[in-house]
Ligand binder design. Structure first.
Ligand SMILES: Nc1ncnc2c1ncn2[C@@H]1O[C@H](COP(=O)(O)OP(=O)(O)O)[C@@H](O)[C@H]1O
Ligand SMILES: [Mg+2]
Length: 296
């Protein structure tokens, strides 16, 4: 039995089909990552599972039971937006939601302690990291078996992000099943046991991070950094080229043969090269291979 089982899920907003037949199986106790760029349909999928957003077609089971208002009690959801009331304190927010969800009051003090939250501070006075933790605490009030996190670390600084990642791993230790949406490949890579890559409303690959990267076979990635010109020329010579802010990543079969050619093209086009590295593929390279574009 799966924690979450989805078959052929479709959802449109007006004429626009946001989910085009999603199949997904999340095992109990795993951290499952949904990795895809903005607009892929991640939030739509999560809102269907966690908020009862209507869908057009498909079948969803939560621990074997057809999705319903009842199964929503098994799911805690932290959305991209904060649900805390700005003018209420941390403690007041938790008490408010504990009432709403009919959760035991002792959970409030437990969660304040667990997340090291300042009980008397107003929500609006919290830093981004603490605000996210307050939202996480709210979602844990009724001890859900499945935790759904939508872009949990977006907008957080590096230390808060790392702290949050530790928390998420801790939930797994405690036996919770976690479904996590992100467009941030490092987050998926560090946290997820398995990942589904989603693009334009479709799942295009599923596997462990290692399995996904093995899809690239023997390919290596040449990463060139600097003030670069000539990406278009490179694309004529190499099938997979990813342009980033101050770097270009090129998928190659034989780095030794490809390197001189890459450098020649870039210099001819007037680039200032600062560094060249040959790297193992990342999940973003897998995404590029599958879709022809980057994650951002
Ligand atoms: N309420 C809505 N009404 C109309 N279109 C929407 C609505 N919500 C999302 N969309 C569209 O559906 C697509 C998927 O959005 P979303 O599920 O938010 O993707 P993601 O979370 O992966 O960025 C996007 O093209 C978005 O513009
Ligand atoms: Mg989203």
């Amino acid at each position: 039995m799966y924690a979450v089982e989805i078959k052929n899920l479709k959802k449109s907003y007006g004429d626009f089909q946001a989910l085009k037949g999603i199949d997904l199986e999340v095992e109990e106790g795993e951290i499952f990552g949904l990795l895809g760029p903005n607009g892929a349909g991640k939030t739509t999928l999560m809102r269907i599972l966690a908020e009862g957003l209507k869908y057009d077609e498909g079948e969803i089971r939560i621990f074997g039971e057809s999705i319903s208002k009842r199964t929503r009690r098994l799911i805690g959801y932290v959305s991209q937006e904060s649900i805390a009331y700005n003018l209420l304190t941390v403690e007041e927010n938790l008490n408010f939601y504990a009432d709403l969800y009919d959760a035991p009051k002792k959970k409030v003090s437990e969660l304040i302690k667990r997340f090291n939250l300042p009980p008397k501070k107003k929500a609006k006075e919290l830093s981004g990291g603490f605000k996210r933790r307050l939202n996480l605490a709210i979602s844990l009030l009724y001890d859900p078996k499945i935790l759904i996190l939508d872009e949990p670390s977006t907008g957080l600084d590096v230390p808060s992000r790392r702290k949050l990642w530790e928390e998420i791993k801790q939930f797994k230790e405690e036996g919770k099943t976690i479904l996590l949406a992100t467009h941030y490949m490092e987050e998926a890579e560090i946290l997820a046991d398995r990942i589904a890559i989603i693009n334009e409303g479709k799942i295009i690959a599923v596997g462990t991070p290692k399995e996904l990267k093995e899809m690239l076979g023997e390919e290596s990635i040449v990463q060139v950094e600097g003030l670069l010109k000539g990406a278009e020329k490179l694309k004529n010579n190499f099938p997979r080229v990813l342009e980033k802010e101050n770097s270009i990543r090129i998928h190659v079969k034989e780095p030794r043969q490809a390197l001189p050619k890459i450098i020649e093209i870039l210099i001819k086009e007037g680039s200032q090269i600062k560094a060249v590295k040959v790297e193992e593929p990342t999940l973003e390279d897998v995404f590029l291979e599958l879709t022809g574009r980057g994650l951002e």
